[in-house]
Ligand binder design. Structure first.
Ligand SMILES: Cc1ncc(COP(=O)(O)O)c(C=O)c1O
Length: 393
């Protein structure tokens, strides 16, 4: 049977990881992999997470199945983190999922049930796994203009014009904050415009919030999701705790839906539960139990917020350092955008040959589209990196 399986296209990012691992040069720099790293290149367990885990080890009385919706206290806490202290009760549903990707998959499956012919609009450029997930559930997707890598500017005028042409058959995926791969985000005013366009045109906004707290702060990073929630009748949100709690491997996320009334909400939840049951049945418990423990305990919550802020500050510090070093080395403002963008990623706007030269001549690894993980750099590596990049320009 299996001789009939076609060769799978290898994921370029996995190839990058393998190439980096095989490189024996001692000063190699990895800007490819999408995890936060500290100044020493480590991705440690947060102290707040360790403390919550210790409590769980001590207090947890059973490892029986969590319910179909996952940990309800986790769902409530995440809904509040995203939508603020007064999430629209009755219209809101939340379901714990295996990571943000699990939430994306489940929500797109739900769209497919409701509107099999819907077209999903993804930002261009965007995150490579979005088309894979949308395609995987059998929905059609297209792209809308978002960012111009040649000028390093948002293409908001083009985006607005594009959204003006959409209607009820369309689903628009928006990165809630810290856009991957560009780091370029909508301003609050632009979010307001998108929300009004969604009301006028009737398209369904779908927010992917995978980096809350890595941009400007927990509340500011949720601005878009909150604005949409107050304006539109229906909204989907895929949430990931992988980055902001640094619990990548614990696969912790949530699928939130906002619909026009309690009846719709009940139907959506019943269908999502059914899909999940046939897919992976129930979500893993550990990560969600950790998150819930942290968010429901005043001192653990305060500790986590401090740790999150430290991660955010490291990112903005490296961003400022990189753009200042480029300014000094090149004598121009070409790379100033690195400092104004937010989150883990920026697109340098290099050609594939330049990316290859950085790898071959300088042992600096990044994705083929010149996306860099800002957290892959230490302060000390900034001058080395900027000198190498200047050499291939
Ligand atoms: C834009 C975006 N959405 C969602 C995710 C989901 O992450 P996970 O499934 O690891 O929680 C990621 C992770 O890299 C991401 O970059």
């Amino acid at each position: 049977m299996f001789e009939n399986i076609a060769e799978s296209r290898s994921d370029p990012l996995l190839q990058l990881i393998a190439d980096y691992a095989a490189d024996t040069r001692p000063d190699k720099i990895d800007l490819g992999v999408g995890v936060f790293k500290d100044e020493n290149g480590q991705t440690p367990v947060l102290a707040s997470v360790k403390a919550a885990e210790q409590r769980l080890v001590q207090d947890q009385e059973s490892k029986s199945y969590v319910g179909m919706l996952g940990d309800l206290s986790f769902g409530r806490a995440v809904s509040e983190l995203v939508l603020g202290s007064d999430p629209a009760s009755g219209r809101l549903t939340s379901l714990q999922t295996p990571g943000g990707c699990g939430a994306l998959r489940l929500l797109f499956e739900t769209v497919k049930l409701a509107r099999p012919d819907a077209i999903v609009w993804l930002p261009s450029p965007g995150w490579a796994n979005h088309p894979a997930i949308v395609d995987g559930v059998g929905l059609k997707f297209e792209t809308y203009p978002y960012y111009d890598p040649t000028t390093s500017n948002l293409r908001f005028d083009d985006m607005r014009e594009h959204l003006q042409g959409l209607s009820i058959n369309d689903v628009v995926l928006l990165h809630g904050c810290c856009h991957n791969p560009t780091g370029a985000n909508l301003t609050p005013e632009q979010w307001d415009e998108v929300a009004e366009l969604a009301v006028e045109r009737g398209f369904l906004p779908f927010v992917d919030l995978a980096y809350q707290g890595f941009g400007t702060g927990l509340d500011a990073d949720a601005y878009g999701a909150r604005r949409l929630a107050t304006r539109v009748p229906e909204l989907l949100i895929a949430y990931s705790c992988s980055k902001n709690f640094a619990i990548y491997r614990d696969r912790t996320g949530a699928a939130l839906t906002l619909s026009a009334g309690t009846d719709n909400a009940k139907r959506i939840l019943a269908q999502m539960t059914r899909i999940a049951r046939a897919d992976y049945s129930m979500p893993p418990d550990h990560g969600a139990a950790v998150v819930s423990t942290i968010l429901h305990d005043e001192s653990l919550r305060a500790q986590w917020m401090q740790e999150l802020e430290a991660m955010q500050q490291r990112l903005s510090g490296i961003r400022a350092g990189v753009s200042a070093a480029f300014r000094q080395r090149l004598g121009n403002d070409h790379f100033d955008f690195v400092a104004t963008q937010e989150g883990m990623f920026s697109l340098l706007g290099l050609a594939p040959e330049q990316v290859a030269r950085l790898r071959d001549e300088h042992a600096i690894y990044m994705a083929g589209d010149s996306r860099i993980n800002i957290a892959g750099l230490s302060e000390a590596q900034i001058p080395v990196f900027v000198e190498a990049a200047a050499n291939v320009l």
